[in-house]
Design a protein around this ligand. Sequence first.
Ligand code: KG4
Ligand code: ZN
Length: 400
Amino acid sequence: MPGAGLILAIESSCDETAAAIVQRGSHTLSSIVASQISTHARYGGVVPELASREHLRAIVPVVRAALAQASITLADLDAIAVTSGPGLAGALLVGITYAKALAFATSLPLIAVNHLEGHIHAVLLNEHETELSKPQVSEARSFDKLRTGGHTHLYLARPTSGAWHYSLVGRTLDDAAGEAYDKVAKLLGLGYPGGPWIDALAKHGNPHAVPFAFSQIKTKLHLAGKAPRTKAAKTAPIANLDTHFLFSFSGIKTAVLRYVELHDLRPEAESRREALFTGPDAPARPTLEDALATCSQATLDLIASFQHAVIGDLMKKTFAAAEFLAARRILVTGGVAANRELRARFTAEATRRDLRVSFPTLALSTDNAAMIAAAAWPRFLNEEFAQSDLSADPSLALGA
Ligand code: KG4
Ligand code: ZN
């Protein structure tokens, strides 16, 4: 079915090898994700060399599976999209090289997609699919949006004449929120990625047990309700940003480390790592129950307090930015957006402020290729194709 608007997208920026077939950026025919979690779990983070090797191993079967699940062949495609950055150089290169070879062999156009733009489109893709299944849709799609996630950026996103325009309005000065989750999990002897472990264990602890504090740089500009809502403020370069929208997550990691040392929780963390991952009796796939059985109440309270503080800070700055920019709605996306407490608290605060907040489904929160195909669709329509010398850009920026 040539001309049906079928895009094959490939994503390999970090530790998931993913391929998807999406029609017209809004209808997912298939989405395959091969996770490398079991490869990296014992190291407490992604090992770049291992990631590239695993991508090499997985890329061909994953793309084949995406085509098979969609019941199409390469001849049915209209374009091939691929994540070109940001991410791990070697990991990105595997996807890019394979996508280029496929595009060359099939004479199809190649579309380069920014991974962060993909995460934004994960939310929009969900909405398209829900809307498609509704008999009547009249909702306007020209609204302002903000995004926060694994990389921890706040973007103002605006649809302009078929394409999307992004302005960076906030970011982290050091670690991303997801990185803080991963590092704290590693410190506590939990697996990688840390987010899901901390998410699940936090509900067994007291979130107010340890009062973690985030420092806030005050500026005169932003006093509640008195922020200017000018056009210039919406497009301000990062140097001119209100410091209220700058995050910093390296401090809380150090605070957790101090707490662990002060309360002598390190031996417990070491034996947890052994019991769950490195010891001779470690289970092949440790479960939440396995982890819970190794945690003292002090550790559970620490985990709950850490999560409560991180989400509180993400919320405070995101809602402040939304108010400052007079954004009509907030999109929260990326791996951290899968967090249950984050979803509940963002939703409650949005309701209180009469704002709309949206998240992708859990499957689309973490890395996948369907979001890359969705982000590629406006570029396909605008014929924004990549050249044959496309290469990986590990620090590719999005917007101004
Ligand atoms: O979207 P992603 O791959 O990162 C970027 O594109 O930057 O998200 C990965 C991050 C990891 O740090 C992981 O720990 C975190 O998302 N994550 C979570 C949860 N699930 C994944 N963080 C908190 N709660 C979760 N349920
Ligand atoms: Zn991601």
